[in-house]
Design a protein around this ligand. Structure first.
Ligand SMILES: [Zn+2]
Length: 283
């Protein structure tokens, strides 16, 4: 019985993940154009044919329709398909990683998510949902910043609502950790923005302040450096391919969002590994 419930919970988590990220796809396309979000969710983007429910199932419809609209034959966006799969995987990661609230050290405990299923622990469920909503907003920022090179203030405001909830319920992060998190990356970014205009956008700075308030200074720092590393490598690749000159810019937000998600999932392990490496190098 427990095994059955466990598998059911895993499938449910995957479904919530894919459906949520599918919805994030829609908002990401419509938000910059200020279109109505809900009304047009179920039409083909090119021929505007009304789609049947089984034609808009995340992940599966794309496979079933072989990546094409069955009315006009226009290719469906591969990016939406990939984003839906990532949503499912992230929901599973959050489910396994944060099933245990008491674990301050961040160790992976497989038996722990069972508590949610078997005892229906509302508190744990609330923690999982908060972190997953946080990931949905980061995904939205990722896509919109990638498309428009801008992070709308409205997304930052929504993150602040998540921050209020996270102050109350996220385990292992003290109130002071949260507060330092709001300034430890954003303030240095602000100073660098004054020193080197165009180094970062104001949106990146506001995003980092809100994220720091949610996950605390340790994790936001790890996430920032992962993002910086990713953007640096990407910049080198672009320069090597000579697709962009030195004065061109690319959006930094997607790298930040990815870094912040990785740090939320396994930042504690990254810090531990770094400490061990540092201790080893010092003899
Ligand atoms: Zn079509």
């Amino acid at each position: 019985m427990i095994g059955f419930l466990y598998i059911l919970a895993i499938i449910l988590a995957w479904m919530i993940g894919t459906v949520s990220f599918s919805f994030v796809n829609v908002i990401a396309y419509r938000f910059p154009k200020q279109k109505k979000i809900l009304k047009e969710h179920f039409v083909c983007d090119s021929c505007e044919t009304q789609l049947k429910p089984y034609e808009v199932i995340p992940v599966f419809s794309f496979i079933f329709l072989k990546g094409k609209c069955r009315y006009c034959g226009e290719k469906l966006a591969k990016r939406d398909f990939i984003n839906e799969i990532i949503g499912g995987l992230l929901a599973l990661l959050v489910f396994f990683r944060f099933g245990d609230v008491n674990d301050v050290t961040g160790e992976f405990i497989l038996s722990s998510p069972l508590d949610i299923v078997v005892h229906f622990d509302i508190w744990k469920l609330l923690i999982l949902l908060t972190i997953f909503v946080f990931f949905c907003i980061l995904d939205l920022v990722f896509l919109v910043d990638f498309d428009t090179m801008e992070i709308p203030n409205r997304f930052v405001i929504v993150l602040l609502y998540v921050a209020v909830v996270s102050l109350l319920i996220l385990p292992g992060i003290s109130f002071v950790d949260h507060l330092i998190g709001a300034v430890c990356i954003s303030v240095p970014m602000l100073l660098i923005m004054f020193a080197i205009p165009g180094a970062f956008g104001g949106g990146d700075m506001k995003l980092s302040a809100a994220v720091g308030l949610i996950i605390g200074w340790q994790l936001v720092s790890v996430g920032f450096f992962i993002g910086l590393l990713g953007a640096g490598l990407y910049g080198i690749v672009l320069l090597a391919r000579k697709k962009k000159g030195k004065k061109d810019h690319f959006a930094f937000g997607p790298f930040l969002c990815t870094g912040y998600m990785i740090a939320t999932i396994c930042g504690t392990e990254v810090i531990d590994a770094y400490m061990k490496l540092a201790a080893y190098l010092h003899g």
